[in-house]
Ligand binder design. Structure first.
Ligand code: PCA
Length: 323
């Protein structure tokens, strides 16, 4: 009898120990489970689980199911969610530095997008740290092009488009070309297209595919204008509460996810555009006038950005240009 009681006590104690040793995090993201960013995150979370010996369990809530895209950052800041994935350019109004990779035609290839990341990484980390957030890694979206039914030979042809925007910068583009911006997060884009709330937008082949844009829009103008980045972030206090081996496991998995994610983005870009073609879309090489007009828009936006971002913005751009 005594022996059984001791055993029961021991069992209760070990269950309590396991529960105490195990940390559970919520991780909201804004894109569907099948998106390459989310697939990468799924792998990241599995790596963390394994490398931490099951001590850190992260539950991913994809497709803006827990928080809207533009609410995720604040949720992580306030520790309502311990980790999350955000689109940096969404927060340009908070701080211009978050919008650097959304300036059209500043960095238009994967190699340049990586350089830009290296040039801004320190200041980005510092900004987030001041907000109680730790940057784990980033991954670039594929290059941004224009979805529209109209024939676009120049920016003048964009006048009056009902333009879906996902960030302050994509709204600004609409203003500069005389289109009407409506901000719609990716998870609500399919419906906005189907109901005619919007008839055009700028994004990657990836989002065109995810949202079945081919069901309502015929053309993708492959302007390769910029590659915005998603950032995976954690609440600093939640991170600090982990034991050292678990922290190390998390950081190692994050470094692997960054390398894997950038590669997946680049590798899958062609696949996404092929899928759009197979679904009946035309991938258009933009007319020289359209490109020239959009580059002018980009120049204006870079000047505006440099004014807003001040010396630290200038030095990030200078560092990038020197690479
Ligand atoms: N897809 C996201 C942001 C950039 C991209 O390629 C979107 O359209 O919301």
């Amino acid at each position: 009898m005594k022996c059984i009681r001791t055993l029961a006590a021991l069992l209760g104690w070990s269950v309590a120990m396991i529960a105490a040793a195990q940390t559970k995090w919520d991780m909201p993201t804004a894109y569907p489970a099948t998106n390459f960013h989310t697939e990468n995150i799924t792998q990241f979370v599995a790596d963390v689980d394994r490398a931490s010996g099951g001590k850190l369990k992260i539950t991913v809530h994809a497709n803006a199911s827990l928080f809207k895209a533009n609410e995720i950052k604040r949720a992580v800041q306030g520790n309502q969610a311990q980790a999350g994935e955000i689109l940096l350019v969404n927060f340009e109004n908070e701080d211009p530095l978050f919008g650097l990779d959304g300036v059209p035609f500043l960095a238009t290839s994967y190699a340049d997008a990586m350089k830009l990341y290296k040039a801004e990484k320190k200041v980005l980390e510092d900004k987030l740290a001041k907000q109680g957030i730790k940057l784990l890694y980033t991954v670039a979206w594929p290059p941004q092009g224009i979805y529209a039914n109209r024939t676009l030979n120049s920016a003048a042809d964009m006048k009056g488009l009902k333009w879906r925007a996902y960030s302050p910068a994509t709204s600004r583009i609409a203003e500069l070309v005389g289109a009407q911006p409506v901000t719609v997060q990716a998870s609500e884009l399919t419906q906005a297209l189907a109901t005619g709330v919007v008839d055009s937008y700028m994004s990657s082949g990836s989002t065109g595919f995810d949202t079945k844009t081919y069901e309502s829009i015929k053309n993708f103008y492959d302007t390769q204008a910029w590659l915005p980045k998603n950032a995976v972030i954690v609440n600093q206090q939640a991170f600090a509460a982990l034991d050292k081996p678990t922290q190390d496991a998390l950081l190692k998995a994050a470094a692997d996810a960054e390398t894997r994610g950038w590669k997946a983005s680049e590798d899958k870009n062609g696949w996404y555009l092929d899928q759009l073609k197979q679904k009946g879309m035309t991938i258009v090489k933009p007319a020289p006038q359209l490109t020239a007009d959009l580059k002018k828009v980009g120049d204006t936006m870079l000047q505006d950005w440099l004014k807003k971002a001040g010396p630290e913005g200038q030095s990030a751009v200078d560092a990038y240009r020197k690479m």
